[in-house]
Ligand binder design. Structure first.
Ligand SMILES: [Zn+2]
Length: 169
């Protein structure tokens, strides 16, 4: 089921409804840019619980597949993203001096821009310097232990090996 952009959490809570469905990739305008493209749909599965009269806890998962540009080799690669989210919806006044272990998300009035919230979750879940680890490590640029192997190679040893190869052909 396609999810609405705007929801009314208090109403959903009253009807014991969950937020289960999807957004289409083209809706995620803030996530899609030159270095990141959402592939297919973004699946959302969130339940709502009442904490107290001013606070509603949203918890569940947001999952999607992204196409990112590798910061090392500039090739694009597929990046599955699954975010476990726990967000507390709070009326702005009640936020003050109430520390929770959840991300607080102020809502103005009764409406929540669900699409914005989901986009924030994805943007926060993105790696800061995405690298296509498999392909890059195959090329020797980034071995799986994270250290740069190239600097450990003796360039003269490489030349010697090259010369040997040429002589053998
Ligand atoms: Zn790469």
């Amino acid at each position: 089921m396609a999810l609405p952009t705007i929801v009314v959490p208090k109403k959903l809570l009253k009807n014991k409804s969950a937020l289960q469905g999807f957004f289409d990739n083209h809706q995620l305008e803030r996530v899609n840019d030159a270095f990141c493209t959402v592939i297919g749909k973004v699946d959302v599965d969130i339940k709502l619980e009442s904490e107290d009269k001013d606070r509603i806890l949203l918890s569940g998962t947001v999952s999607c597949e992204l196409e990112l540009v590798c910061q090392r080799c500039l090739n694009s690669f597929s990046y599955p993203l699954e975010i476990g989210m726990q967000t507390m919806l709070v009326d702005e006044d009640s936020m003050i001096n109430k520390k929770t272990s959840f991300d607080d998300w102020p809502i103005l009035g009764d409406e929540l821009n669900l699409l914005n919230l989901i986009q924030d979750e994805i943007l926060l879940g993105l790696p800061t310097a995405p690298t296509c680890e498999t392909a890059c490590s195959e090329n020797g640029i980034m071995p799986s232990n994270g250290e740069i192997q190239r600097s450990e190679c003796n360039p003269f040893e490489v030349l010697r090996q090259l010369k040997k190869d040429i002589n053998n052909t």
